[in-house]
Design a protein around this ligand. Structure first.
Ligand code: ADP
Length: 163
């Protein structure tokens, strides 16, 4: 099977939960596109360029992963890149309704593109990018929940200091 998959998300910032989904996806698909969404409606903490750069650095050892940024319709990007599977992560039942709606809409828009859901390791099921930002801002530790590169990025964002 030489099917390529695309894993879209905000990755604002990338967490170990996202990386777990990426790793699992690569065990199934020979080529994976990690697509960082520039969503003008959702205010991001980090720029698309910064989010993509950190993903690129973290995934640099795998030649079969490509990091891109995109705007607009996901199914269009998937078609352009010849990816026929969209990967999304499911942490809990609360994710389901939104993800189901998106999957149905994407199928309506492009019937040949399939959505596949991956479940992360249980250690990451409670992790979300927004919770990470909130915990960090309140002075809590996020070690073990995000890669060290992201911890540095958060420190820089909140204090303007590089270590
Ligand atoms: P979006 O704004 O598209 O939801 P996110 O970066 O928040 O972007 O999430 C991208 C995808 O990764 C979504 O399918 C989300 O459910 C999934 N995801 C987010 N955090 C985790 C996690 N800790 N474990 C597994 N999947 C996750």
């Amino acid at each position: 099977m030489d099917t390529a998959a695309i894993y879209p998300g905000s990755f604002d910032p990338v967490t170990n939960g996202h990386l777990d989904i990426i790793r699992r996806s690569r065990e199934v698909f020979p080529r994976l596109i990690v697509a960082v969404l520039c969503n003008s409606r959702k205010k991001a903490m980090f720029s698309v360029a910064a989010r993509a750069a950190i993903l690129e650095r973290l995934l640099a050892d795998d030649d079969h992963i490509e990091v891109i940024s995109f705007d607009g319709l996901l199914v269009k990007v998937a078609q352009e890149r010849e990816a026929s599977v969209v990967i999304r992560g499911l942490r809990a039942a609360t994710d389901f309704e939104y993800e189901f709606q998106m999957a149905m809409m994407n199928r309506h828009l492009a019937d040949q593109i399939k959505t596949m859901f991956m479940v992360p390791h249980e250690d990451y099921t409670y992790l979300s990018s927004s919770l990470i930002k909130e915990i960090y801002e309140l002075g809590g530790t996020v070690t073990g929940m995000v890669p060290v590169e992201v911890e540095e990025q958060l420190r820089e964002h909140f204090t303007g200091q590089k270590e």
